[in-house]
Structures are given as structure tokens and as C-alpha cells.
Write a protein that binds this ligand. Structure first.
Ligand code: FVH
Length: 292
């Protein structure tokens, strides 16, 4: 068995932008590293930095107990691992996918004698290995397996364990990124509104950023209302008031020559909730309308 005072050897399959950043972080921290990539040229720089380059994925997996996979998508994971012997291996899959893909991949790995953790990376390559940037990875799967590799997995980025269900890391990843896209949509609309005016986007930017940061804690109230089932609890801005304000937003968009296509679907949902009697609630009831 591996001496615990030594750094755990790691195998990485996939040397794209993210796999290479992960590899560099482990190399820099002194972990013996074996790498493999479909296009071998991408391994050359890492070899010069001390990584051992395997000729095949099977050879790379055989080299170490811990294998980290960071490939394009779930289909490429299936292709790459198809010819490998996973018996007794600890497989950590950081490839982005759906919760269903993660659950199926966990079962697939278990059937081949491997132990499996799934991960969802909340970071971009330049902040991997730079702890103060706050990048982290969601992990799900067996708690004992996560605890065993926690120190090693914590080298490139922070770690947040979200449960035994192997699909939960992907679900948390997609949930946070979905919220991010909603924010990007609002930001796009805001910049579009000022685009034909003598307003410097750089002057609006800090106002927008501060406003979004001030609004962000509202997610805790939403969680509180969802848990209690009382969507009227502590409501300051009622749904009725908010729906009454929607013509102002739509008219302003029209006056500024801006399409309402990003805002309109949300307004449609809050109007529906109002029509169903949710006027004294806040906007939490929209969640019930979304869940099929
Ligand atoms: N880069 C980012 O900003 C995001 C941040 C959050 C997490 N994602 C996910 O990380 C996975 C890898 O992303 P990446 O940035 O490393 O992606 P690429 O640079 O495009 O590299 C893709 C690697 O996958 C290999 N590959 C693709 N298809 C196959 C295949 N059929 N068989 C074997 N390998 C394959 C590719 O190999 P090659 O093209 O160099 O031969 C790269 O190693 C991803 O899930 C993101 O969603 C990154």
C-alpha cells in the first residue's frame, strides 16, 4: 500500500484545457503523475514538467489506483475507458454531464470493479491551482471514497461533497450554472437598454454588479419559503405589486428598441401565478409552475 506521508500518485485521462490545468496543479504539489491524451502531442509539455506519459489509456489506468477523468463529454469517457481494466481502481470523473449520465456511469464503473466519484467543476482552467480564487469542485458518491482522496482532490481546487447519490454533483453543477445563465440574461437586457444612449457601459457595470450582489441573499429567503411552504412569509415586494410593474419594463424595452424576449417568459410565469391566487406571495411560486 501507498505510504500516507508520500503524495498520492494520480493518473489523468484527458489533457484539454481543464485536464492540463489539473495535471499542472498536481505536478506542482509533488504528486507523481501519469497522463494520457488521445492526441499525444498535448502531453509533451507536461512530460517536460515531470509527468509520465502513458501510451494507452489502459496503461495509464493500470499505473495508479486513483484515476481522474476529464474529457469532453460522457460519450468520450465511455470510449476512453472501454479498453481499460478498472478492477480495484478509484475513478473520479470530472467530465461535465447530466445527473442521469453520472448515475449510469457510477453503475457502469461498479460493474467493472471500480469505485466511483463524480465531480462538477465550478472553476475555469486559469483558476485551477490558485486557491485564493475560490474555485471548487462538487463531489458525490461514496463518502468514504471522497474522504480517502479528499487531500489529493483538494490540490487543484476546493472540494464540496454533496452526497452519496452519484448524480448530485452534476445536479448541483447544472443548478448553479443555470442560475448564472439567468443572471447573464438579465445583464444582457440591462446593457441593451442603455446601448443607444450616452451612457458608458463601464459606468453601468459597477452599478449592476453591486445591485446583483445586494439581491443575491434573496436566495436564502426563497429556500426558507420553500422549506416552510409559506410563500407569503416576510414578503416585502408582493407578486401583485411586481406584476403591476411589468408594463413599465416592457414599455421601456420597446421605447429603447430592445426585444423583450429574455424578460417576457419570466413575466408570463409571475402573471400566471398571480392569476392562480398568489398575489400576496413573492416570486417563489414560480418554482411550482416550473416543476412538471
Ligand atoms: N474549460 C472550462 O472552462 C470548463 C470549466 C468547467 C468544467 N469544464 C468541463 O471539463 C471537461 C473538459 O473540458 P476542457 O476545457 O478540458 O475541454 P477541451 O479543452 O475541449 O478538451 C477535451 C478533452 O477531451 C478529449 N476528447 C474529446 N473527445 C474524445 C474522444 N472521443 N476520445 C478521447 N478523448 C476525447 C480531448 O482529446 P484531444 O482532442 O486532445 O485528443 C481533450 O483531451 C468538459 O466536460 C467540460 O465541460 C471545462
Amino acid at each position: 500500500p501507498h505510504n500516507p506521508v508520500e503524495k498520492t500518485p494520480v493518473t489523468i485521462l484527458g489533457l484539454g484545457a481543464m485536464g492540463t490545468a489539473l495535471a499542472r496543479a498536481w505536478l506542482a504539489a509533488g504528486h507523481p503523475l501519469t497522463v494520457w491524451n488521445r492526441t499525444p502531442a498535448r502531453a509533451a509539455a507536461l512530460a517536460a514538467e515531470g509527468a509520465r506519459v502513458a501510451d494507452t489509456a489502459a496503461e495509464a489506468v493500470a499505473a495508479n489506483t486513483l484515476t481522474v477523468v476529464c474529457l469532453l463529454d460522457d460519450a468520450s469517457v465511455g470510449e476512453v475507458l472501454a479498453g481499460t481494466d478498472l478492477t480495484g481502481r478509484d475513478l473520479v470523473n470530472l467530465t461535465t454531464g447530466t445527473p442521469a449520465q453520472a448515475r449510469a456511469r457510477a453503475e457502469w464503473a461498479r460493474a467493472r470493479g471500480a469505485r466511483y466519484l463524480d465531480g462538477g467543476i465550478m472553476a475555469v482552467p486559469p483558476i485551477i491551482g490558485v486557491p485564493e480564487t475560490g474555485g471548487y469542485v462538487f463531489y458525490s458518491g461514496p463518502r468514504e471514497l471522497f474522504d480517502r482522496h479528499r487531500a489529493t482532490l483538494g490540490v487543484p481546487a476546493g472540494t464540496t461533497y454533496v452526497g452519496e447519490d452519484p448524480g448530485f454533483a452534476a445536479l448541483h453543477d447544472v443548478a448553479l450554472l443555470s442560475a448564472m445563465y439567468g443572471m447573464f440574461a438579465g445583464v444582457a437586457h440591462a446593457f441593451a437598454l442603455i446601448s443607444k444612449e450616452d451612457i458608458d457601459p463601464a459606468a453601468l457595470a459597477p452599478l449592476l454588479a453591486d445591485w446583483l450582489a445586494a439581491m443575491a441573499p434573496a436566495v436564502h429567503q426563497t429556500a426558507d419559503r420553500l422549506r416552510s411552504g409559506d410563500y407569503t412569509k416576510g414578503v416585502v415586494s408582493s407578486l401583485a405589486m411586481q406584476v403591476a410593474g411589468t408594463p413599465t419594463f416592457l414599455s421601456t424595452a420597446e421605447q429603447q428598441g430592445v426585444s423583450p424576449e429574455l424578460l417576457a417568459p419570466y413575466f408570463e410565469l409571475i402573471r400566471r401565478r398571480l392569476a392562480e391566487g398568489g398575489g400576496e406571495e413573492d416570486v417563489t411560486g414560480v418554482i411550482d409552475l416550473l416543476v412538471r
